[in-house]
Design a protein around this ligand. Structure first.
Ligand code: FES
Length: 264
């Protein structure tokens, strides 16, 4: 049998990493990274609904739970949300133990009652053996699972247009002041359950009860951004409005042409 040769780890690398075990695999993980990111970057699947790699972890859906223990814990284990839990030296992680699977089943059972028409949740629940919810289904249900990604993405964009309103089972996501929305689609494109409806027709984008006229690329005529987006980006970035007058591909082509002129 060929013995695997362990890669020597330099001192400086060692200071930046911790060694953990996930599902029996020994992994060197960067300090400060959360368990979900470490598992995924090593090809280990952990399901999630409220995690977005570009945003701070929120810990709302609890689907990413895993079980952890450590050598000194005398077989004591606890469930943690992997998106919020930073890696620690010697941590032993189980991503599919019976407790983890049961916990995820409960989460998906509840989500299925909240959004019984969501294909994403139905498919995920089916992967865990749940084909119908044991709870009362929400009447007139939309596909929103209250993961909060749209609210946080909108904050990150700087528009701050989306909020959660009401409480408990009546809680919902809304744009209280449609004038604050810039029609950028960041919320709709990052929603894990496609709960935010939008469409475009004849140069008009419709989202959040509002119509936005699309500005066309001055070179190819393709509709690109809403005027509200352009105004917002100009204000936030300090760039001139003309910077946003072309679509990405026309801008790239023009840059390539100017580079080739300089070079040849
Ligand atoms: S992804 Fe971790 S709690 Fe939702």
């Amino acid at each position: 049998m060929i013995k695997a040769v362990e890669k020597p780890v330099s001192h400086s690398e060692k200071d930046k990493t911790v060694r953990i075990t996930i599902d029996g695999r020994s992994i060197d993980a960067p300090k400060g990274m959360n368990l979900l990111e470490v598992a995924r970057s090593n090809g280990i699947d952990i399901p999630s609904l409220c995690y977005h790699p570009g945003l701070e972890a929120f810990g709302a859906c609890r689907l990413c739970v895993v079980e952890i223990t450590k050598p000194g814990w005398e077989n004591w284990r606890k469930l943690v949300t992997s998106c919020l839990y930073p890696v620690e030296e010697d941590l032993i992680v189980y991503t599919r133990s019976p407790e983890v699977m049961e916990n995820r089943r409960v989460v998906l059972d509840l989500q299925l009652a909240r959004v019984p028409n969501s294909d994403v949740i139905r498919q995920l629940a089916a992967e865990y053996g749940i084909h119908d919810t044991t709870y009362t289904k929400r009447k007139d249900a939309d596909n929103c699972i209250l993961c909060g990604i749209c609210v946080r993405v909108c904050e990150a964009v700087g528009a701050n247009a989306i909020s959660t309103l009401s409480r408990g089972p009546d809680k919902y996501v809304e744009v209280p002041d449609p004038e604050a929305c810039i029609g950028c689609l960041a919320c709709a494109e990052s929603c894990p359950t496609d709960a935010i409806g939008w469409h475009e027709e004849n140069g008009i984008r419709h989202i959040w009860h509002r119509d936005f006229e699309l500005v066309e690329c001055e070179t190819c005529g393709k509709p690109i951004l809403t005027q509200q987006q352009i105004d917002h980006f100009v204000e936030k970035s300090g760039l001139e409005e003309r910077y946003f007058a072309k679509c990405d591909s026309c801008r790239k082509k023009e840059t390539a042409v100017s580079i080739s002129r300089v070079m040849f």
